[in-house]
Design a protein around this ligand. Sequence first.
Ligand SMILES: *Cc1c(COP(=O)(O)O)cnc(C)c1O
Length: 411
Amino acid sequence: MATINENYLKLKAGYLFPEIARRVKTFADAHPDAQIIKLGIGDVTEPLPEACRTAMSKAIEDMGDRASFKGYGPEQGYPWLREKIAAMDFQSRGCDIALDEIFVSDGAKCDTGNILDIFGKDNTIAVTDPVYPVYVDTNVMAGHTGPANDKGEYEGLVYMPISAENDFTAEIPSQKVDLIYLCFPNNPTGATATKEHLKAWVDYAKAHDAIVLFDAAYEAFITDESLPHSIFEIEGAKDCAIEFRSFSKNAGFTGTRCAYTVVPKTLTAKTSDGSDVELWKLWNRRQSTKFNGVSYIVQRGAEAVYSEDGQAQIKALVSFYLENAKIIREKLTEAGLKVYGCVNAPYVWVKTPNGWSSWDFFDKLLSAANVVGTPGSGFGAAGEGYFRISAFNSRENVEEAMKRITANLSV
Ligand SMILES: *Cc1c(COP(=O)(O)O)cnc(C)c1O
């Protein structure tokens, strides 16, 4: 008799995006002429940089010639890509990260989930609330939690609320936790972390033999020069942190798929009898066994991000989205709303006015302006009373959406 992983039954049914789709459909059916603008989902809209496309075309030619054809590549990624990542994303910022500490993959989403393969079952897991749902759901699937309560909080997880009151940075816990998920610049709130804030986490992690799982998928959006791009800019982080990066948001690779994870060689965790094991070895073994590398063509595309043209082109791409974010921020402020984020991140986190719930605001925005965003409550109980608007869209759509909001949404 085949049985299932019953942890999957604990997952709250994917509620957020289906419910958004349902409400949008109901509205669209009733108002067939409405031109609905979607500023909801966190996917990029602008085309791949030319440098990446040119490199990928050339790589396709390589595959067509017996002499330059590539079969299986290294599971960890080609050295020419890992070398550029190490030099340009880390060493250039004073982080002592070497090529062999970088594992190229097909996504930061997959890596943040897969990383649980190498950790024990009894770790205490801390996540912020609101949070990128992947961190929570993968822990549920792995059997690290009990069931969810009415608010959608899973038993056994430590939720660290983030809101305007604490500047969207979690308090360092007073209890002992073992794995801490941090995401800066943050999805969904658009908040950033200072070096001091990350240092407090590194100090906590070192004091408690904990590990920080640091998601830096939006680091390219940092414009404030005082902010760290990597947790490895903090002294001591190589002994207590794993970092996830992605080409999805800086170079538009959401559909092309390339990312990487940094596991320092000095990073260890304990066996049940208290001895230290290098996590690098376990992750290397995990990837070599369950993963066969990212396609040669895509890795050549990612490599081109580090060329002179590639750097200029991704900078332009990121600036484009940040300009959208600035327009959204200014117009929503003009409309009388309180907004957060959207300076060093492509997300605008809006406080709902008049005590409206996240879903009340969703409905008002849809009916008054025909604009769709994401209710903050969908990212966690503490997201209630907030709303996420994404800057990933065309300029035309952003300007039109903001025009309608300032004209029609009375708060
Ligand atoms: C978009 C995003 C990623 C990137 O995921 P990929 O699988 O590399 O596309 C990672 N973390 C967060 C928080 C994100 O929003």
